[in-house]
Design a protein around this ligand. Structure first.
Ligand code: ACK
Length: 985
């Protein structure tokens, strides 16, 4: 008898059967989704009962029930249809069912069961033969976790069980499932059969197909991805499919191809105006200057008309054009050498690979009688591919007219079809040709003009065409000059400023070309009301000329005695002592008796300098321990050096990487030849060099804390002011030593100072111009040199006037770097803006927490007039005073600026500027000569001026009087504070 079928049905209607699927499961059968009859078979017929009800969505719920609990020996089978295995190797069978516990049914003990059995049978196809239970393999006995539970009120709560069983590996194309009841009260609510897969996915720009995991759950299936459209493999993209259908361990990836960038997991073409030149994880970039891309997906931007890209230019570089021609060609000639000089082109075309070619033409008297003459002459260093704006010519005939065409070139000159422009200079070597004029005299001067006259040259074979008079303001240091031409040996130069000193020089021109310039003569225009100064001017000029002439005579004598040849190119073989002597005789070194620096470049053979100034170390004494950085020529390592006394000391070892050319080896060892000449506690000490074996090495003392700039950045705010001043004192002392030795560093900056474990700072990075080549801060200037703009004095930027005074400027910047713990000078201002701001009188403000005294010293170092800057001896003694008297470091700049009535907003010019700089800074430069003429030439005297004084010296406009007076008041305030605090350097 079947127990309670009606009873089950009423209960099943309350169950909501969730129909779900997960994306990593492929369902082979789901009874909840079969809409029509299931068609499962039952044996015997009266065993399992198939009941189909409708759920709330009007979809059928197929259930199978059996409840023959009263009768013994039950053996009721329910068999599914044939189920295709598809790609499955292992299948999962999920059963949902209810099961009544036997206790809840009266009078059934002995016959009632609480389990049923699950079987399967693999077959390659469906078959219609009779069901044979013996062919089936048992999967498991299924028991209920939950069953009917008796409740107090007699109601029963239906509990749904879910059981999942795995079957596999499967080998045939399909299988049957069978359920055996042996006397339980069961309702089978749903049967889901599925297998697991790792689903199709996109990862790292690669697609991975649906993948079936292995049966063995411990091994993964390795799947190689295929790059999506417009992407290409970087490292083979791979994923591993886990047993549960999850993708694991992504390896490798694809990257977007040239012209495409990754956006939200796909590769999208670059927009017009953008390009991508390399496949990779980079975005499309905007076209570099002077290039464009019209279409989408550009791999490179094309150059605008007139602009080009050289073969080796990277596509990221701006398109460039050929340079404009060189400017201001000039020559200087003596008996054996002709030196041509010119200024770099105003437009370098945007490139740094500027070179010059000099072509020579020798011209006869008539027109069109020119022929090329390179082969006749000797050019030093060479006629083509010159990197400096100068060349020396020797071996020329003494009676000839040479025309030199100087062309500027860069890496794209060959690409342009425009005719090239050249600078032309004509030189006559005719000894009877143009010769020097006699003394240039001032006849008279007025506030705006000066009249000059001179003696005609005595012997000229060709008639004099005219004279060129070149002149410029003395203060301007020949940044630019004017010239005027005259046929007579006299001229009135007009348009000059009153009470201003000018420099004049005259040269003669004949058909054979120009003569050399005469010596320089200094004359002054008269002030508006007096011309007192003119006489003094003449006296001065005569003295200058006399002294100049005498010096010239000595130099010329030395020149003939010592070399007898072209002095600026031919280096005799001399020892360092010879060189020192010669340098002293030439007035190039400061004092006799003091050891002076010898430039290794003055050695014909640079290895001689290395031998003379460095010790060769046997490499077996060196132990390299680790790489600490990268230098220009190779790695920088730390290690140990065994000294002859068997002691081991810590050293830094700079190596020259293999594959160098001779020039690199020479440049590399040049630093050692310089360093080896120094012996000072604040200069990095050279231990020696290895030149006789590979790799070539320079061994120096080890500085535990590395370079000062990064050291300070890492220890922001960690030191007392006295400690910082101590560091600055050390650097100043090192610099004093260098300047006493006659060595100009040119690249003094915190990055070139090294710090040891005792916070001792030592100056490093030697090598003159080469230092600047290596320095990443160094930028090209319009004069063609490479200069670290932010650290360099204006005169060194403008015309490469490097000196210990320009080192003092850099020292001021180092002070600022130290007091700001490694801040970048002038922050993110561009180099160009830095140059302009300095020119306008702007100076770096005091860093936060900087004592007034130190900022004042910085400002002192940044005076425009280089002779007004402190010498390193002054700097060291000033810092010593501060260290001895630490209370002098207490007032901070911000304290001063926050004084109640402080006109802080007006204090935007520094204390230690000259009167000229001060007037420049308040835009009253036109009155410089008025101040000077009236004797107001120090800031102290200016600070005492009254409004009457200002009027009396000739400032007539009321607005100008007002501006000057209010600036004087600020000046008075500053001087007052300075005196109160006693911060005089
Ligand atoms: O800033 P740093 O640590 O200090 O990194 C650079 C790197 O080598 C490349 O120049 C460090 N370095 C250079 N010379 C020395 C030295 N004598 N002692 C210790 N570190 C040095 C420098």
């Amino acid at each position: 008898m079947t127990f309670g079928n009606r009873f089950f049905v009423s209960l099943f209607l309350g169950i909501t059967i969730s129909r779900f699927s997960r994306c990593n499961q492929v369902v082979l059968l789901d009874t909840t989704s079969v809409l029509g009859e299931l068609g499962w078979k039952t044996y015997p017929i009266n065993g399992w009962d198939a009941i189909t009800e409708m759920d709330e969505h009007n979809r059928p719920i197929h259930t199978f029930q059996v409840c023959n609990v009263m009768e013994p020996n039950q053996n009721n089978w329910l068999r599914s249809n044939w189920i295709s295995r598809q790609a499955a190797q292992k299948i999962y069978v999920e059963l949902r069912f209810t099961l009544r516990d036997c206790n809840s049914i009266p009078w059934v003990s002995g016959t009632c069961k609480e389990t049923f059995n699950l079987f399967y049978h693999e077959m390659d196809e469906a078959h219609s033969v009779k069901f044979k239970p013996s062919q089936y393999t048992k999967i498991d006995t299924i028991a209920a976790d939950e069953s009917f539970t008796q409740m107090d009120l007699g109601d029963r709560i239906l509990k749904l069980n879910t059981e999942v069983r795995e079957v596999g590996p499967m080998t045939k194309k399909g299988f049957y499932l069978a359920f055996q009841d042996i006397g339980a009260c069961i309702a089978l609510v749903s049967v889901r059969v599925y297998y697991k897969k790792c689903p199709f996915t996109l990862m790292n720009l690669a697609s991975f197909p649906d993948t079936v995991p292995r049966v063995d759950s411990s091994s993964l299936v390795e799947v190689r991805g295929a790059c999506i459209d417009h992407a290409e493999e970087r490292d083979t993209p791979k994923l591993f499919c886990g047993a549960d259908g999850d993708w694991l361990v992504p390896l490798g990836r694809c990257v977007c191809s040239i012209g495409y960038e990754e956006i939200d997991g796909s590769c999208v073409a670059c927009r017009p105006g953008f390009y991508k030149a390399y496949a990779g994880i980079i975005k499309c970039s905007k076209c570099p200057p002077h290039s464009f891309s019209y279409g989408e997906g550009a791999s490179i931007c094309r150059c605008e008309k007139g602009f080009f890209r050289a073969e080796k230019d990277p596509s990221t570089m701006a398109c460039t054009r050929p340079p404009s021609p060189p400017r201001n060609p000039m020559f200087n000639m003596n008996d054996t050498c002709l030196m041509l000089e010119w200024s770099p082109p105003s437009d370098t075309g945007g490139r740094r690979d500027l070179t010059y070619n000099v072509q020579c033409k020798r011209c006869g008297p008539g027109p069109n009688q020119c022929q090329l003459c390179e082969d006749e002459l000797r050019f030093l260093p060479r006629p083509l591919g010159l990197t400096n704006a100068t060349v020396t010519v020797t071996d020329f005939s003494s009676h000839a007219n040479y025309t030199f065409e100087i062309e500027s070139l860069n890496g794209v000159s060959d690409m342009s079809t425009f005719p090239r422009q050249v600078a032309i200079i004509t030189v006559s070597t005719d000894q009877g040709g143009p010769s020097l004029v006699g003394a240039v005299k001032k006849d008279w001067a007025s506030p705006n003009s000066i009249a000059l006259s001179w003696q005609q040259p005595q012997e000229t074979t060709l008639p004099i065409t005219d004279y060129e008079v070149k002149y410029y303001e003395k203060e301007q240091e020949q940044l630019s000059y004017s010239s005027t031409h005259t046929r007579a040996p006299s001229v009135i130069v007009s348009g000059l400023k009153p009470a201003t000193w000018y420099i004049f020089s005259v040269r003669t021109r004949t058909a054979g070309g120009f003569s050399s310039y005469s010596p320089k003569y200094e004359y002054q225009t008269t002030g508006d009301s007096s011309d007192m100064a003119s006489d003094q001017g003449q006296v001065l000029v005569i003295v200058t000329a006399a002294v100049g002439g005498f010096t010239l005579l000595i130099i010329l004598t030395l020149f003939l005695l010592i070399t007898g040849r072209c002095q600026w190119y031919f280096k005799a073989k001399m020892t360092s002592e010879d060189k020192r002597r010669t340098d002293y005789q030439n007035g190039l070194v400061p004092f006799p008796g003091i050891k002076t620096y010898v430039d290794p470049d003055t050695y014909e053979d640079p290895t001689q300098a290395v031998h003379e100034f460095t010790k060769e170390i046997d490499p077996s004494r060196i132990r390299i321990e680790r790489v600490i950085g990268a230098g220009e020529f190779g790695e920088v390592c730390s290690g140990r050096l065994r000294t002859p006394g068997k002691k081991e000391i810590a050293v830094a070892i700079k190596t020259l990487k293999g594959g160098y050319v001779e020039r690199q080896r020479r440049d590399f060892l040049r630093e050692a030849s310089i360093m080896g000449q120094f012996d000072h506690p604040n200069i990095i000490r050279l231990e020696g060099v290895v030149t006789k074996s590979r790799p070539v090495m320079i061994v120096v003392e080890y500085m535990e804390n590395g370079s000062l700039d990064s050291f300070l950045r890492q220890h922001d705010g960690h030191f007392t002011v006295i400690q910082l001043v101590g560091m600055l004192r050390g650097i100043g002392s090192g610099m004093k030593y260098l300047s006493d030795m006659g060595y100009v560093h040119r690249d003094l900056a915190a990055r070139n100072i090294l710090v040891n474990s005792n916070l001792v700072c030592k100056v490093s990075d030697f090598g003159l111009s080469r230092v600047l080549e290596d320095d990443p801060e160094a930028a090209y200037t319009t004069t063609g040199g490479k200069i670290p703009i932010r650290w360099t004095a204006p005169e060194a930027i403008a015309y490469r006037k490097f000196s210990s005074a320009s080192d003092a400027w850099s020292y001021g910047i180092v002070m600022w770097e130290v007091m700001s713990y490694g801040e970048r000078p002038y922050w993110e201002m561009s180099n160009q803006d830095v140059i302009l701001s300095i020119e306008e009188g702007y100076r770096l403000p005091a860093p936060m927490g900087c004592p007034v005294a130190l900022h004042q010293l910085m400002l002192h170092c940044w005076q425009k007039e280089r002779n007004h800057r402190p010498k390193f001896v002054d700097i060291v003694s000033f810092l010593d005073k501060l260290i001895r008297n630490p209370s002098s470091l207490l007032p901070l700049v911000e304290d001063l600026q926050s004084l109640p009535e402080s006109p802080a907003e007006d204090m935007d010019y520094p204390m230690f500027i000259s009167v000229g700089d001060w007037l420049d800074s308040i835009k009253m430069s036109q009155y410089k000569s008025n101040f000077m003429a009236a004797g107001f030439n120090t800031l102290d005297s200016v600070a005492r001026m009254s409004i009457e004084d200002v009027r009396r010296i000739g400032v007539e406009l009321i607005g100008h009087q007002r501006r000057i007076i209010s600036s004087i008041q600020t000046l008075q305030f500053q001087l007052l504070h300075e005196q109160e605090k006693g911060f005089h350097v």
